[in-house]
Design a protein around this ligand. Structure first.
Ligand code: PEP
Length: 252
């Protein structure tokens, strides 16, 4: 049985003051939701604060939204995996579609980052997903196959088992348009099939695959009821503590 994992991607939102009042109510709301892993992914400026607050809560961890693959050096504006780990954050989101489309991240870059995250004992949440044009052209499987084999190249099965994947169809992110539970399940089942090809069936069964794309309290139940959907990566709806707590409770 895979334990569900629900993550809040705050993107470039929430000051430290916002995070403080959010956590005051959110942590009370989810105090009893211990059957599920919960991850808060704030902007870097609030990561130390959020990580410190969560250090006293077993089932809620923090994560970063990005990182550089090198340990240190002349990379102005970048943050390394070790720096994130120093804050006691446990996760890092890699290859989000906004990083891929707005900041030119390729599968090769995502692969380097994934390996560096694992080496620093951070759990990567690796995002993949097709655009609307690719879906309309019947290329969903081809796109997912390329992203998976590229982003996860050279990662041994033992380490791959602990990587979290997020299937996020680009056309569903921030658009209010969610994949139907059937569309999401179909993609997740395919992703698991590719994982078995690049590692083995037992490893593929262990990998947790989140769905992301306009997840809200109203559509969470049907999505989480699918056999290959193991959680959610939530953007917009995670900015309201009560909504995100509701998503967590429905998923648990
Ligand atoms: C995301 O950014 O990962 C995301 C899924 O956003 P939203 O929930 O707003 O679609």
């Amino acid at each position: 049985m895979r334990k569900k994992i629900i993550a809040a991607n705050w993107k470039m939102n929430q000051t430290i003051a916002d995070a403080a009042s959010y956590l005051d109510s959110f942590l009370l709301e989810v105090a009893d939701e211990k059957r599920i892993d919960i991850v808060i992914v704030p902007p870097f400026t609030a990561l130390a604060y959020v990580s410190e607050r969560l250090s006293k809560v077993q089932h809620v961890k923090s994560g970063a939204q990005n990182m550089h693959w090198e340990k240190n050096g002349a990379f102005t504006g970048e943050i390394s995996a070790g720096m994130i780990r120093e804050l006691f954050a446990r996760y890092v989101v890699l290859g989000h579609s906004e990083r891929r489309t707005l900041f030119g991240e390729t599968d090769e870059i995502v692969n380097k980052k994934t390996k560096a995250a694992i080496a620093a004992t951070l759990t990567p949440i690796v995002c993949i997903g097709e655009t609307l044009a690719e879906r309309d052209a019947g290329q969903v499987e081809q796109v997912l196959h390329t992203q998976l084999t590229g982003s996860l190249a050279g990662i041994p099965a033992k380490e791959l088992a602990d990587v979290v994947l997020a299937y996020e169809p680009v056309w569903a992110i921030g658009t209010g348009r969610t994949a139907t539970p059937e569309q999401a399940q179909e993609a997740h089942a395919y992703i698991r099939k590719v994982l078995a090809e690049i590692s083995d069936a037992a490893t593929a069964e262990k990998v947790r695959i989140q769905y992301g794309g306009s997840v809200k309290p109203g559509n969470t139940g049907a999505l989480m009821g699918q056999p290959d959907i193991d959680g959610a990566l939530v953007g917009g709806a995670s900015l309201v503590a009560r909504d995100f707590a509701e998503i967590v409770k429905i998923s648990a």
